[in-house]
Design a protein around this ligand. Sequence first.
Ligand SMILES: [Cu+2]
Length: 153
Amino acid sequence: MKRRASWVIVLATRLGEVKRAMAWRSRSAALFAAAFLSGGLGLGGALLAQEAKSDPAKKANKERVIKVTAKRFVYTPNEIVVKKGQKVVLEFTSVDFVHGFKIPDMDLRADLPPGKLTRVAINADKVGVYDFLCDNFCGADHEEMSGRIVVTN
Ligand SMILES: [Cu+2]
């Protein structure tokens, strides 16, 4: 009789455990379904944003825009330092003449008409120093109109 009673207790305890486990399971299933249905896209977006935030390579690859002014006979700034592999766009404004921006070692050139933004994407995939100049004759000190782009690691 005593033995039987203790079995009943064991059984009852077990049943309670199973019930609790089942309740927990259905609750998490419901939570999962709710999250999946209501926030699937939002959650995905949030995860992607989080990933982009935590990944320095992705962060570094955001386009960097550098404003440059062209004026007889100077580019300002005339020294531009960029990181290797970074997407860089030079955004030129000429104030007085159609200067000709040229980077011989990047095989790149563009006319810079005054009063207009001229965007030039540069390919900074190799470390080095790249001289630039003006290749449209713009006056007495035209030969002085130059600068350099330094690509660093
Ligand atoms: Cu010039």
